[in-house]
Design a protein around this ligand. Structure first.
Ligand code: GCU
Length: 450
């Protein structure tokens, strides 16, 4: 083995150890005992910062903007301002091919559906400054000649080529989060395909668009020297600095700008989704950009759908310590005083209202606090009700409708989707995205994307 390879293996081994071992230890040592949750009061999404009440739906957009601003100031940091210049899209088609998927790849008798694969190189940049950053998007479209397709848009964790084994998809050429090489290995093709049931999604008439998240901003703390951050240096060195979750969310909005400029996709029918850290990201993208018609988070946990004040499983202090680049400097000031945060994460879900939001949990993912994810969905629901819509809309321990004011709702049963404009399920199994999760996302979204 060459010295350089040996060295990079050693460095990677060390980094992997530093990243995984304390994670496991911390996850084991974390509190999982409901009786140890400190008493807490949640801030009210329907009370303005000045203490007055949000009296009617006419007030909502103003209060919604306040909530988004609070999350910028205290959690995810500022974002580059939108302008016609920053929204101007430059792109070129990298590849175009046809493919057919089995609706169920495990069943060779299942229907075969035709689809189109397109890869685009999209420039994210500041007009006139000479600075630019390129990302590659994989777009999967139903049929052979579709236009105005509604799409599910979400990042992948390890490169576009991991979502399906087809050689028509180019290998990711940027920093790869758990490899020592710069270009991804052939052997990783399709390695995450279980998370991307493309045949099922395409068979329902939807497209899928995905980008490797590290293409927008590599996921490590480098004080914002790489990815898209150098495009806006003025957003660093401040308490509400532009973070990695902020960059990934901003990237998703730029992808909608791109959809608006091509005939293949209907930019007004985009469901944004994400798993885990990318579920935190999809919620933040959904809150900051109301062009996302449906917003879905899967197992997003702390910093995503879960209520921070419960301090069970992963905590604010722990996430800020291990992933300092995900949240802004101000967020670190709540490490030991989470009750002082002017927001909690039911307000992140509420900030998406009146648009539909879906929260998915897994029973084996206690680190992400499934109950806290459910309670956030529950406590976001009064906002929908105020808007004349049904939120989670569940009857808990009673036969009545609209009991969203009940204070201590019981967890829904495993494997049963509930809700209306706020949807929720908890399934058996571990932290992952499964076909079952997708079946729920598709059926929840169909009402809003059709
Ligand atoms: C870690 C982290 C979580 C995150 C997850 C992921 O477990 O503690 O907050 O959601 O990684 O993104 O996979």
């Amino acid at each position: 083995m060459k010295l350089r390879t040996l060295l990079s293996f050693t460095v990677f081994g060390l980094v992997a150890y530093m990243l995984t071992d304390p994670l496991t230890t911390d996850a084991q040592d974390a509190n999982y005992d409901e009786s140890k949750i400190p008493a807490y009061t949640l801030p009210d999404p329907l009370t303005f910062n000045d203490g007055s009440t949000v009296a009617s739906s006419d007030d909502w957009e103003t209060r919604r903007s306040e909530i988004v601003q609070l999350f910028k100031d205290h959690v995810f940091g500022a974002m580059p301002a939108r302008s016609p210049e920053t929204q101007r899209v430059v792109f070129k088609i990298f590849s175009e091919s046809s493919i057919a998927f089995r609706v169920d790849p495990d069943d060779l008798e299942s229907e075969l559906v035709e689809a189109k694969l397109k890869e685009f190189d999209i420039v994210l940049g500041v007009d006139g400054s000479g600075k630019e950053h390129r990302i590659r998007m994989l777009l999967v479209l139903p049929g052979n000649d579709t236009t105005n397709t509604p799409v599910f848009l979400g990042y992948n964790f390890q490169g576009n080529h991991t979502v399906h084994s087809s050689k028509k998809i180019s290998l990711s050429k940027v920093w790869n989060r758990d490899r020592e090489c710069a270009t991804a290995l052939e052997s990783t093709r399709g390695s995450k395909s279980s998370r991307w049931p493309l045949g099922l999604i395409v068979s329902k008439g939807y497209g899928v668009a995905t980008v490797y998240y590290g293409d927008v901003d590599p996921d490590f703390d480098d004080e914002f020297q790489n990815g898209v951050h150098p495009l806006y240096p003025e957003l660093q060195g401040r308490e509400d600095n532009w973070t990695s979750i902020g960059a990934w969310a901003w990237g998703l909005s730029r992808m909608v700008d791109f959809f608006e400029s091509i005939p293949d996709v209907d930019g007004s029918r985009v469901a944004v989704f994400g798993h885990s850290r990318l579920g935190k990201t999809s919620l933040w993208a959904g809150a900051t950009d109301n062009r996302f018609r449906v917003v879905i988070s899967n197992n997003s946990g702390c910093g995503g759908a879960a209520l921070a004040r419960r301090q069970i499983g992963e905590t604010v202090k722990r996430i800020n310590t291990v992933f300092p680049h995900w949240f802004c400097l101000q967020h670190k000031s709540y490490n030991d005083s989470v009750h002082e945060m002017p927001v909690d994460h039911h307000m992140l879900l509420a900030a998406i209202a009146p648009r539909p939001v879906y929260v998915a949990s897994a029973q084996g993912d206690q680190w992400a606090d499934p109950k806290g994810e459910f309670l956030a969905a529950f406590h976001a629901s009064p906002v929908y009700r105020m808007l004349g819509l049904k939120g989670l809309g569940i009857a808990i321990d009673t036969d009545s409708e609209n009991v969203e004011s009940v204070q201590a709702p019981k967890m829904p049963v495993l494997g049963k989707r509930i809700g209306d404009r706020v949807g929720y399920h908890i399934r058996e199994g571990k932290h992952d995205i499964t076909r079952y999760d997708w079946e729920q996302f598709l059926s929840f979204s169909s009402r809003f994307l059709r």
